[in-house]
Design a protein around this ligand. Sequence first.
Ligand code: ADP
Length: 376
Amino acid sequence: MLRDEGYDLITASDGPEALVKAAELTPDLILLDVMMPDMDGFEVCRRLRNDPFLAEVPIIIVTALDDSAAYLRGLELGADDFVTKPFNRVELQARVRTITRLNRYRRLLSERAQRQQAEESERLKDRLISNISHELRTPLSVIALLSGNLDTLYDNLSEEKRRQMIRGIRKHAQVLNDLVENVLETARLENRPAAAETDQLNLVEIVKKEVDEQLPLAQQNGQRLSLAGVDCLKVWGNAHQLQQIIRNLLNNAIKYTPAQGQITCECAPLSPIPNGDGPPDLWPGQPTLPTDRAWAAVRVTDTGIGIDPTELPHLFKRFYRVKSQGNVPGTGLGLSIAQELVDLHHGRLAVASTPGQGSTFAVYLPLCQTKGEAKT
Ligand code: ADP
């Protein structure tokens, strides 16, 4: 019957033979009898579904009329459809046609998706390389220029001028250093299988550690940096990565805030029910958090230069920098790294900002419901 329709048919007289032939041919469809000697159709179906290369092959179970138990069992084991014996010619043809068509379509779609993914990652890589070489060139040429001039003109330069040039070299060396670190981190994230080792951690301790590390820099800039809120928020995560998230946010707050500015890090548990205290933009993104769980929240607020609303949607893209802030050294990678690390932790990252007044970046991570939690 099916040959008449133009299908190629391969038959097997028992289960083991069917499995061998299926593995050799990867058919478009398997019509599977239930009652077979030694290995019944259910067992064949189960084995097919457990074989990664055959798991997607459609299976139609062939059963005796009214055998609804067999039908249900077949569906449970992953069969796609069933036909009853004796066959109704038209029905069998229709089912086979529908299923093989659907399967072809599914294959085409998945092949196309794979192709698109490969092209997209190729494009990203190209862009990354061209961006990196561009970003490396600027600080390198400044360092080369300043050190060259210092060398050749040394005796003719005032003490003040020399100092200024040395500071320029140091500043751009720092930019290079940040760039290399950020690029390495981005590459590590790209090779993601490095499924970060996770532990149950107190997020506040990590935040505190990072605040302590950045305090000297803030003080050197004449800024105040403080930590507020609860002292324990249990989360699952990778300590190194979580600290990197906070580091990037704090680092930005320090970079984009003038002297005398105030930078505050605040830690709080957010209950799953929107509690409505205070305007939502104090905890940016809070209204859009899934409400099926509690969140460990950290926000970094600064009284800095702020960000224009039109820039906000782009901030978390790799290499994106706000043009008007080009005089502040940076790579445009910090926030994209933070975003990717937050994603790895199934969290959220959000921002609210007013130009001229300051910005708030908030990180939300799923809160572990343990005894150490929530001391509001
Ligand atoms: P960069 O290395 O440029 O700081 P980021 O990815 O960390 O890269 O940040 C992207 C852009 O977002 C920055 O260029 C800056 O314009 C803006 N930005 C980030 N944080 C702040 C902040 N706290 N205040 C003002 N602007 C910020």
